[in-house]
Write a protein that binds this ligand. Structure first.
Ligand SMILES: [Fe+2]
Ligand SMILES: [Fe+2]
Length: 370
C-alpha cells in the first residue's frame, strides 16, 4: 500500500528511457546512469520510483526469464537496495520481442517492482492508490498506461496509441473512484511511454527567422517546423514522436475531471512541459546514456504530492551536470554540449573545412593556370 509519508508528502522520482541492455556489468554508460540514479535517490529520498518505459531491452525473455530478471534487478539496484518501490511501464521496445506476458511476469517476480495487467487482458495498464498516512482513505490515484508499439497500419500512424478498450477501462475505473470518493473526482496522475498528440499544443509553428533552432515535426507533421509555444518551459531537442492518429485519450482524461498531470517518455531529447486545457503535460528525456542522449543533459524529474491537497503538485527537473557529476562515457564534445549543439558544431566544422578546401583548390588552380 502506498501512503503519504510522515511529512504529509508523497515523492515520486521519474526515470525516462534508460534503454539498458545486456552489457551492463562493465559499461561506462551503465556506470554514468547509476551515478545519477544514486545521486537523485540521495537528494530526493522518494516514496516511489517510476520507469517510464524502454527500460531494459531483451530479445530472449521467453527463453531466459532469469537473465531478464537479473538485468532489471541490476538496472534498479540502487532503488531496490533502498527498499523503495518501483513502478515500471511498457515502452515500445518492451513490446518489440513480442513477449509481453513474460515481461509482466518477470517484473512481478522482483520484490519491490510493480507492473500488472489490471484492465484489458495482455495490456500493462494498472493503477495505484495513494492513501492517507493512517491508511484509511485513498487521496490520489497514479495511472500507469500501456501505449503499445507501432501502428498496424503505417498509413494511419507510425506509432500506436492507448486503444479504445483501454480508455474505456480507464473511464470506468475513474467513475468508480469518483463514486467511492463521495462523488468527487480523485486527483489523478498519468504515466505513459508514447506521448499524446496534444503535446504539439505546447509548441507552435516556427517563423522563418526561428528555423535554425526549430524542430521538424514527426510523421505526418514532417515538413512543418516547431518551436516552444508561450508558457512552455524546458528543452525541445526533437519533434515529439506522438501518433498521427488521435485515439481520444486526452478528451477522456478531461471528461473524468480527475487528471491533473501526465508524464511521458519516448523522446530522448525533450524535457519540455506546460499546461494544455488545465492538464500539465511533461516530457522526459532519457535518464541514461545508452540510447541517443542529450549530451550530458540526461535528467530525472521529481514530483511531489501533498496530503493536504493532492490535486496540487510540485515538480522539478534535475540534469546529470546539476548533480555535480562527471561523465565517464561521453567524449569531450558531448560532455559539454547538448546533442543539438554538438551537431551544430560538427556541421559548422564540416562547413568551415569545405570552405577551406574550396579556397585552397581555387588557389592551386589559379597557380597552375599562371
Ligand atoms: Fe526510447
Ligand atoms: Fe520509446
Amino acid at each position: 500500500m502506498l501512503k503519504f509519508n510522515s511529512n504529509g508528502r508523497f515523492g515520486i522520482l521519474l526515470f525516462g528511457d534508460l534503454h539498458e541492455s545486456f552489457d551492463y556489468e562493465d559499461s561506462k554508460k551503465f556506470k554514468d546512469m547509476q551515478k545519477m540514479m544514486n545521486a537523485a535517490l540521495d537528494m530526493y529520498r522518494p516514496d516511489l520510483c517510476v520507469l517510464l518505459g524502454d527500460n531494459y531491452y531483451t530479445t530472449n525473455c521467453k527463453k531466459d526469464p532469469e537473465g531478464f530478471i537479473a538485468g532489471v534487478k541490476a538496472v534498479c539496484g540502487p532503488i531496490l537496495s533502498r527498499k523503495i518501490p518501483v513502478a515500471a511501464i511498457m515502452g515500445n521496445h518492451e513490446h518489440d520481442p513480442k513477449c509481453d506476458e513474460e515481461i509482466i511476469a518477470a517484473y512481478n517476480k522482483i520484490e519491490g517492482m510493480i507492473m500488472r495487467s489490471d484492465g484489458v487482458p495482455g495490456k500493462a495498464d494498472f493503477k495505484e492508490l495513494i492513501y492517507s498516512q493512517d491508511g484509511k482513505k485513498p487521496l490520489a490515484c497514479l495511472w500507469f498506461l500501456d501505449s503499445n508499439n507501432l501502428c498496424e497500419d503505417a498509413s494511419v500512424s507510425f506509432y500506436d496509441w492507448v486503444h479504445e478498450d483501454q480508455i474505456e477501462w480507464f473511464e470506468k475505473e475513474s467513475a468508480k473512484l469518483k463514486e467511492e470518493n463521495d462523488g468527487n473526482p480523485l486527483p489523478s496522475y498519468i504515466f505513459q511511454h508514447i506521448p499524446i498528440p496534444e503535446e504539439y499544443r505546447l509548441l507552435r509553428k516556427a517563423k522563418l527567422p526561428e528555423l535554425p533552432w526549430a524542430v521538424e515535426g514527426f510523421g505526418k507533421r514532417r515538413g512543418t517546423h516547431y518551436v516552444k509555444a508561450r508558457g512552455t518551459v524546458g528543452y525541445l531537442g526533437e519533434a515529439p514522436a506522438a501518433p498521427d492518429y488521435n485515439g481520444g485519450e486526452f478528451e477522456a482524461w478531461k471528461r473524468t475531471g480527475a487528471v491533473k498531470a501526465a508524464f511521458f517518455g519516448h523522446d530522448h531529447l525533450n524535457d519540455f512541459s506546460g499546461f494544455v486545457d488545465g492538464i500539465f503535460l511533461a516530457q522526459h528525456k532519457t535518464a541514461g546514456f545508452r540510447a541517443y542522449t542529450d549530451g550530458c543533459h540526461s535528467c530525472v524529474r521529481y514530483l511531489e504530492l501533498s496530503e493536504r491537497n493532492p490535486a496540487r503538485f510540485r515538480q522539478e527537473l534535475r540534469h546529470f551536470k546539476e548533480f555535480g557529476l562527471k561523465s565517464e562515457s561521453l567524449g569531450p564534445v558531448f560532455k559539454n554540449f547538448t546533442d543539438r549543439e554538438a551537431m551544430a558544431l560538427h556541421a559548422a566544422g564540416y562547413s568551415a573545412a569545405a570552405l577551406a578546401s574550396i579556397g585552397a583548390l581555387t588557389y592551386f588552380i589559379k597557380k597552375i593556370k599562371k
